[in-house]
Ligand binder design. Structure first.
Ligand SMILES: [Zn+2]
Length: 203
């Protein structure tokens, strides 16, 4: 679809611009407040849907596989993300436990599912039921999905624990690593393009 409207409004300061075609890698910025107006969309809707589907598969692997294996004089222990969440809950760290579950499980999962939902319909140029709600929820959930922060935290913890234990990264951590890359690719994409790529279904 290349019948994009010719005007674009800055979300932050309401300045109106005439839209310019963007080349690969180009970003249009507001000259008043420097906010991002629009990014070049280098992935088709089908490509984005494939990315969301891959994200969901990797997300499942990341959550059922051990993150790290600790061994000390012949004894071994490994934990999954959920194992760690439950251990923290039982260890009187309920707040951290709930925050971990929200930022590493529920928000990213909601993000992947909502994206997949709107993209599934967008493949045929249609707006999914609940399109508006899903699009605004996606913008709100985004800052609360913290897989990248988690990756840094685990790496620091692994290096520190290495002084006391033999620490081996598990499949889960590789899956979270791949997920970080997928999330970054996704984040470089502006979900607002879906407003232009779809039209309201006729009742
Ligand atoms: Zn602006």
């Amino acid at each position: 679809m290349d019948k994009a409207p010719s005007l674009i409004v800055c979300e932050h300061c309401d300045t109106v611009y005439r839209r310019q075609p963007l080349a690969r890698g180009q970003v249009a910025r507001c000259t008043v407040c420097d906010a991002v107006l629009e990014r070049h969309q280098w992935l088709s809707v089908d490509g984005q849907f494939a990315l969301a589907l891959t994200g969901l598969i990797v997300f499942v692997i990341a959550n059922v596989s051990p993150i790290v294996t600790l061994s000390l004089s012949g004894m071994q222990a490994d934990t999954t993300l959920w194992g760690a969440v439950i251990a923290m809950w039982n260890d009187d760290a309920q707040v951290v436990s709930v925050l971990t579950a929200l930022t590493l499980f529920f928000f990213p999962l909601a993000q992947i599912l909502m994206h997949g939902w709107v993209l599934w319909f967008a493949r045929n140029g249609r707006r999914a039921p609940g399109f508006r709600a899903a699009m605004s929820a996606l913008v709100r959930v985004k800052p609360w999905s913290m897989i990248e922060v988690f990756m840094l935290g685990v790496l620091v913890a692994v290096v520190k624990a290495h002084a006391y234990f033999d620490v081996a990264p598990g499949a889960g951590i590789w899956a979270f690593g791949v997920l970080t890359v997928l999330v970054t690719v996704f984040a470089s994409h502006d979900p607002r393009n879906l407003w232009d790529a779809t039209t309201e279904a006729r009742p």
